[in-house]
Design a protein around this ligand. Structure first.
Ligand code: HEM
Length: 286
């Protein structure tokens, strides 16, 4: 069980002495980044915070940090891994990016509606290797029937097998972004109602009242990172001696994933080659 009460105690105990500890300003300064942070913003816009305000600021900052950091990085690692082993999918995404974005500017969120394959690539990463594979497991306290499903008392309900259900996702263990293209595949899981407007297309963000509250932020962040990665670089997996991995299938079998609450591929080597000098110039001057 995560020691929330201990964390809460420490946060609240420390707040009166060093609110700046929450701003991260000094580390941002060192990195030469703008000195803005969520907590800093909250303290600036609430000049006379009550203890309750301070507690809310601390808690919301902590939940965004703990909920958002490892998860987003895990999704990005999976995308590196998928791109490096599925060169055809990588090439299709790049061809779409070249057509819509070109190489004179970087991809932007506004491009997303015009980049269905790139979005499908992200969705397929989230489906095949869900970041939080058992979400936060829930146990049925009583026998329950929901639609056509009977859920016996005591069952633990989680999303992992749903994302690999062969009745819904053909060849569920294959990496195939096209399954998420509206014209060729299943744009979303049929059991999910009301999410069709989202480009998430999977169950990776949980369900119902405890669904990830920041899924839109996460989804946009991961999408922008992955589209920029594929726009900028040719991504290849390399062996220890630096040679490009040829036998992708064998490598896929041998890839190890973390086994904790958050799932990501364990360290592997990739080679990044910028896709053109125009791209390289843009990146260097970004
Ligand atoms: C790829 C990125 C992410 C994935 C896959 C993800 C997935 C999830 C999942 C599966 C849950 C549990 C839902 C449940 O209990 O059934 C969750 C909860 C949560 N997530 Fe995310 N998340 C991501 C990014 C983020 C980000 C960026 C933030 C904040 C900035 C965040 C904040 C939270 C919080 C606060 C909760 C707890 C919600 C609650 O218990 O009511 N997550 N997330």
């Amino acid at each position: 069980m995560f020691p929330y009460s201990k964390v809460r105690e420490r946060i609240v105990r420390n707040l009166p002495y060093s609110p700046s500890a929450f701003t991260g300003i000094s580390s941002l300064e060192v990195m030469g980044l703008p000195q803005i942070s969520y907590v800093d913003h909250c303290f600036t816009t609430t000049p006379d915070p009550t203890p309750e305000d301070e507690e809310s600021i601390a808690w919301t900052a902590m939940s965004a940090y703990t909920g958002g950091s490892d998860t987003t990085i895990a999704a990005i690692k999976t995308a590196f891994h998928a791109a490096s082993l599925h060169l055809e999918a990588q090439a299709l995404a790049q061809s779409e990016l070249d057509q819509i974005v070109g190489q004179e500017r970087m991809p932007e969120m506004n491009d997303r509606p015009n980049l269905p394959y790139v979005t499908a690539f992200v969705n397929e990463c989230m489906r095949l290797i869900p970041v939080v594979p058992i979400a936060i497991p829930r146990r049925a306290m009583e026998d329950e029937t929901i639609g056509e499903y009977f859920i016996p008392k005591g069952s633990v309900v989680c999303n992992f097998n749903m994302l690999r259900d062969p009745d819904i996702y053909e060849s569920p263990l294959s990496f195939d972004p096209a399954r998420f293209l509206p014209e060729t595949g299943t744009p979303t899981h049929p059991d999910i109602k009301g999410r069709s407007g989202l480009a998430i297309g999977s169950l990776s963000y949980g369900f119902s009242r405890r669904i990830c509250p920041d899924m839109h932020l996460a989804d946009s962040g991961v999408w922008l990172y992955v589209s920029t990665l594929l726009w900028a670089f040719q991504v290849s997996m390399v062996d220890d001696d630096g040679s490009i991995v040829k036998d992708k299938a064998a490598k896929w079998e041998s890839v190890q994933f973390s086994s904790g609450a958050i799932q990501y591929p364990l360290p592997f080597k990739v080679k990044l080659v910028s896709r053109s000098s125009a791209v390289e110039n843009l990146l260097r001057n970004a």
